[in-house]
Design a protein around this ligand. Structure first.
Ligand code: COA
Length: 333
């Protein structure tokens, strides 16, 4: 028996306020029809004033712990692009609010690939024996970094959080994280970026440029690079696991755009109906997108015990990654 990290709980949390495409079309030069056909998104959830990433992370974390039937974890990792503050990290506050006193807690920043980066760190902590139970959270108050006047980003992103609890188990058990593949290419840093707020802006001196406060993306370039990298990475991890593409029961890809997800499935030769989709209801929630999709698909039965699951993501950095796992018997928290 080989020691492995096994998924023991899953939970999602979205803020209450729903913003429809029609609501966006009232203030931006866009339409419900454009957004639906180009992205697959119908609505998204957005935080109210005063609600932050840690609030969403705590909501998802509580549900994942409940789903696992425990109130304990000995490591907390929060993947986010929208930390409550540039300093300190958001994870210690999340751990404390979950009642996880004195445990190590840190953030991971890999934008839309953040959850998979955090999953690898969490799974490696379990397999190495550093931790017995790890709470891995993806959480974003993404609306807080969007330029409300930019129709190319405002229609795509939404707020939310998802979490899983990993426990020590064996590779042979349902729920085991089997294999992972991660990659990055820093020459693509400008493809997806918030220029301001970091050392680059402060060391330059002078007044901050207002436009540098906001998230910017070269959507068309991201589209093609995301499809290529997710397909490549998926093939790599499938080969590591010894699975054929046809062995995959469910593709849970980063919910970037329905067209991107279907293009990845097509490049892999996977029937599109094996792709799990919740983007229509939540939009692109960046680091939260994969765990939120896992929670929603568990709740509605799309994802069931015994399914062989392929996870894949692409995000700013550029970063990308994939994972293979089997789905356990679980109830979403
Ligand atoms: N409403 C109406 N028209 C819009 C629009 C909107 N919200 N946003 C862009 N357009 C316009 C563009 O200005 C362009 O007009 P033009 O042809 O007159 O120049 C036209 O629609 C087509 O733009 P294009 O960028 O080619 O559209 P697209 O089909 O590539 O879709 C995205 C744009 C952003 C939806 C798409 O590129 C995408 O999803 N990219 C990946 C985004 C992503 O998921 N990033 C997160 C990290 S993975």
């Amino acid at each position: 028996m080989t020691r492995a990290a096994v998924i023991a709980g899953v939970g999602g949390h979205v803020p209450q306020r729903v913003v429809t495409n029609d609501e966006l079309a009232q203030r931006l030069d866009t339409s419900d029809a454009w957004i639906r056909t180009r992205t697959g998104i119908s609505r998204r959830h957005v935080v109210d004033a005063g609600t932050t990433t840690s609030d969403l992370a705590v909501g998802a974390g509580l549900r994942a712990l409940k789903s696992a039937g425990t109130d304990g974890a000995d490591l907390v990792i929060v993947a986010t692009t929208t930390p409550d503050r540039p300093c300190p990290a958001t994870a210690p506050a999340v751990a404390t609010r979950l009642g996880l006193t004195d445990v190590p807690a840190y953030d991971v920043a890999a934008v839309c690939s953040g959850f998979l980066y955090a999953l690898q760190a969490g799974a490696a902590s379990v397999t190495s024996g550093v931790a017995e139970r790890v709470l891995v959270v993806g959480a974003e108050a993404f609306s807080t970094i969007l330029n409300p006047e930019d129709r190319t980003t405002s229609v795509i992103f939404g707020d939310g959080a998802g979490a899983i609890l990993l426990r020590a188990g064996t590779r042979e058990e349902p729920g085991a994280v089997l294999d992972m593949h991660l990659g990055s290419d820093g020459s693509m840093a400008d493809l997806i970026t918030v220029r301001g707020g970091g050392a680059e802006e402060r060391s330059r001196g002078g007044e901050p440029r207002p436009e540098d406060r906001y998230f910017r993306m070269d959507g068309r370039a991201v589209f093609f690079t995301a499809v290529r990298r997710m397909a490549q990475s998926s093939r790599t991890v499938l080969a590591r696991t010894g699975w054929e593409v046809t062995d995959v029961d469910r593709l849970v890809a980063h919910q970037a755009n329905t067209r991107i997800i279907h293009a990845v499935a097509e490049q892999l030769g996977l029937p599109p109906e094996r792709a799990v989709l919740n983007i229509d209801r939540v939009g692109n929630t960046s680091a939260a997108s994969i765990p939120l999709a896992l929670a929603d698909a568990t709740a509605d039965g799309t994802l069931a015990a015994g399914h062989r699951v392929l996870l894949t993501a692409f995000g700013g950095g550029a970063t990308w990654g994939s994972a293979t796992l089997t789905w356990p018997t679980l109830q979403a928290g």
